[in-house]
Design a protein around this ligand. Structure first.
Ligand SMILES: *Cc1c(COP(=O)(O)O)cnc(C)c1O
Length: 217
């Protein structure tokens, strides 16, 4: 496993406007220290407890991204330090994030997770539900969150045309949001692409790829 070499190869395949989030979930602290040594600073985790434990043990200039499903009652544990929450799926969750961010005197950046895959198991909002949230009156009251973009996960398939369609559709939807400007909404980040499809995602307009296994092989 040559983490540094893998990271260089991946970044070479990304456009200039596409950032790498190194998905470190399930990896032990020593491995995260090796990632840190490569000077990558954006780390992605999908479980709150694991994320908090790693945050406590590692240098404080790491930007932590939560990419997994988040329960409202766990927001308080990450609110003091989380950099970006990619997996926001409801107004209730946004309200709780806002509440906990306020307690910590912070503004927490969030992405709305959009359901684009064919699989029943994937979480996320429909396009209509996302629009309802962004256009709601309620959202204007949430001064301690900032919605900076969208996240999506493509169907887990080897059929590249399916993945391409799903990414393209999310990009079109993302572009249609540029016109929505509120104090706490500025849709500029598109989090799509993982180990199997980061290059495709970057070509199709992703600004953040979340890559794990391709780095740790
Ligand atoms: C695990 C995970 C990733 C990374 O997946 P790899 O295929 O290992 O690159 C990206 N996004 C989410 C939401 C994940 O849970």
């Amino acid at each position: 496993m040559n983490i540094q070499k893998n990271i260089i190869n991946i970044k070479n395949a990304l456009s200039n406007s596409c950032k790498l989030i190194v998905v470190t979930k399930t990896k032990p602290i020593e491995v995260l220290e090796n990632v840190y040594a490569t000077s990558e600073r954006a780390f992605g985790e999908n479980r709150v407890q694991e994320l908090v434990e790693k945050y406590e043990k590692l240098p404080k200039d790491i930007q932590w991204h939560l990419i997994g499903h988040l329960q409202s009652n766990k927001v308080k544990y990450i609110a003091p330090f989380i950099s970006c929450i990619h997996s926001v799926e409801s107004m209730n969750l946004l309200e709780e994030i806002n509440k906990q961010a306020l307690k910590n005197n912070r503004i927490i950046e969030c992405l709305l997770q959009i359901y684009i895959a064919k699989e029943e198991t994937k979480f996320g909002l429909s396009e209509t539900e996302a629009l309802e949230i962004l256009n709601s009156e309620k959202i204007n009251l949430l001064k301690n969150i900032k919605i900076i973009g969208l996240m999506g996960m493509a169907t887990n398939t080897n059929d590249i045309s399916i993945v391409k369609n799903e990414f393209s559709r999310l990009k079109t939807f993302f572009d249609s949001f540029h016109s929505i400007k509120k104090e706490n909404i500025e849709i500029k980040e598109l989090s799509m692409g993982m180990s199997n499809d980061y290059a495709l995602a970057s070509d199709l307009g992703s600004t953040m790829v979340r890559v794990g296994s391709a780095i740790f092989t």
